[in-house]
Design a binder for this molecule. Structure first.
Ligand code: DQA
Length: 142
């Protein structure tokens, strides 16, 4: 079972800057993740929070809760949350960082990821498909 975590503002997918993030909603994305997980022979639990501390607690508790890996889109926390980085580094599950948009092709501040060095890998710029690729990576190359 894989934990899919979406961070701040991703609850607004569909209406939030659709030119950048597309018109699909968070519910659409979570439905796709459930379907893709089934196709890959696993399952997912999807959660979203706008709160840094909540994301940290979910990361801390994931292994004990029986998850085998984490797909994480930390939203803007990606660029400055040392606390989320430390939470990832402090546990043993592989974490794949995902971004819907191509963060390296956007504003300068989005090119910095403080979580990338402690993640298994990173997918950025492939829209919702990045979540499928991240699930596939966790299943085949954890
Ligand atoms: C994002 C990219 C971040 O820079 C931004 O703050 C987000 C979404 C993405 O999925 O493309 O909230 O993580």
């Amino acid at each position: 079972m894989i934990l899919v975590l979406n961070g701040p503002n991703l609850n607004c997918l569909g209406t939030r800057e659709p030119g950048i993030y597309g018109s699909g909603t968070l519910a659409d994305l979570e439905g796709l993740c459930e379907r893709w997980a089934g196709e890959l022979g696993t399952s997912v639990q999807c959660r979203q929070s706008n709160f840094e501390g909540q994301l940290i607690e979910w990361i801390q508790e994931a292994e004990a809760a029986g998850f085998e890996g984490i797909v994480l889109n930390p939203g803007a926390f990606t660029h400055y949350s040392y606390a989320i980085r430390d939470a990832i580094a402090g546990q043993l599950l592989p974490v794949v960082e995902v971004h819907i948009s191509h963060v390296d092709a956007r504003e300068e501040f989005r090119r910095i990821s403080v979580v990338a060095p402690v993640c298994r890998g990173k997918l950025s710029g492939f829209g919702f498909l990045g979540y499928r690729l991240a699930l596939e990576a966790l299943v085949t190359a954890p």
